[in-house]
Design a protein around this ligand. Sequence first.
Ligand SMILES: [Zn+2]
Length: 264
Amino acid sequence: MYADVHTHLTHRAFSGEQDDVAVRAARAGLDCVIVNGLEPRSNREVLTLCARHPHLYPALGIYPVDAVAASIDRASWTYGFEPPDVFDVDEEMDFIDSVADQLVALGECGLDQYWVRDQAAEQERVLRRFCQIALAHDKPLILHSRKAEQRTLDIVLEMGITRADFHCFGGKLKLAKQIAEKGFYLSIPPVVIRSQAFQRIVQEVPLDRLLTETDAPYMGPDAGERNEPSTIPRAVAAMAELVHLPVEQVRDILRQNCRDLFGV
Ligand SMILES: [Zn+2]
């Protein structure tokens, strides 16, 4: 069987199709899909969606860009999408804390210095609170670390975190190896089929520290196409080729890694 440890089935790209996508994932051989929330709306949708499908598991968090929505300067926001809605970040962390025992992980959470570059202190405050919630409920973290990879690692180590997945890691290979040496995991998306950076991580980081994710609807195997959890077997086949091992063996190691970290 296969696992997708990081996906966004509440994204509007899946609206009206969430249940079909969940069924297609099961048909493709996935018995574990961890659906990650990003802000109040998706966090609640994750809980109701996962309650409908036994192979879907919830992780709730606050995306680091949403975490600083209140201080984003909307006039100078020049990206081709709307800035995130403002909400009460502390109230949302209280909510996540209150339901943490129903979750398989806290996430997605972390730091982002790609979309927002001047809100590091507030992002770090939120990440520290997620570390506290994870420790109090004995749950692993699913971490976003774009353009802040070293800082994310430093903070989780300082907070005493021992169980975490660095999702879609975009930092240096040397740092990826250090993350693995600390006992943390890196989850590899299906874009590995065409991304040299992820191919190098697969070849250089021990297989027992890797996981599979889709980050759907993003990071798919085919450029410009909507990604979904059912693409995981294609990613695992590509990973097996990269490490020159039989695909069944690589599939089983990666599935076991998910059990070891998330318990599902
Ligand atoms: Zn994500």
